[in-house]
Write a protein that binds this ligand. Sequence first.
Ligand code: NAP
Length: 288
Amino acid sequence: MAEVIYGSEIAADIKADLKQQIAELNKRNERLPRLVVILIGNHAASLSYVKGKERACHEIGMENELIQLSEDTQESELLALIDKLNQDAAVDGILVQLPLPEHINESRVLYAISPEKDVDGFHPYNIGRMMMGKPTFLPCTPKGIMEVLKRISMKELSGKHAVVIGRSNIVGKPIAQLLLAANATVTITHSKTANIKEITKMADILIVAVGKPRMVDGSWIKEGAVVIDVGVNRDENNKLCGDVDFASAESKAAYITPVPKGIGPMTIAMLMSNTLDAYFAHQKSAQG
Ligand code: NAP
């Protein structure tokens, strides 16, 4: 039976550490780190993600502001707001909750955020730095997955075969890059991959980021593999579930992350960590 790796517990440790760092700043009467989240419209899932981020900020003592704009907000208004926040010395991190309404160009919005305040790690400048292995804000979900793998034992990644299912810009592609940088041999699979099961069965580390409830069952998994389930879905009974069929996967894998309490809480902890990093970089450059 696999050992279940609760991201929620690792995330709690990380947040406790961040909370202590912020308490130290508070004690010294210093300016506190500040995250601004922009939400357009009332998309239920987005609203719940934004609330989760707000809760995490409160938990660790980070200042935060939620700017909620109506669904019919014009792109030019959003860009003007981002520009104002870019210039605001009291703001360390800016996050625009995705997806955006169709009339707003997502790329233009993500490019508009100053790379120094891009705590989601979605700006092409930061993505380029990540590809080159330079220090940067890493996208939160892939960063959280790497943190989980580190806890299992990072040294075991070297030379291992990692298979990623999914090639999105926010999960699949960046996690493949981070695994490569950690000396894994990486295969990226997607909806057009032929004989996908034959490939996943070769994986020492299997990262599943698809968005299909319980698509990957035990028959896709090599005995003793590490299985990371990124998916957040609702099943036919409206119950939260991952992309992996936990019951059958658990008997094949050596380590597995559950849904909920797996990668989701890690994503939020990494957002907090990126914002604190942005704050320290910001303070350093302000002091010259
Ligand atoms: P996405 O942009 O929709 O990408 C899904 C990927 O899965 C695509 O590359 C797609 O291939 C691939 N795919 C779809 N059907 C497939 C199939 N039958 N076989 C193999 N590959 C298939 O999704 P995403 O943003 O990466 O998110 C993936 C999941 O992770 C979702 O459930 C999302 O809610 C969740 N998520 C969770 C967190 C977290 O914090 N826990 C963060 C982000 C996302 P093509 O490219 O060929 O279409």
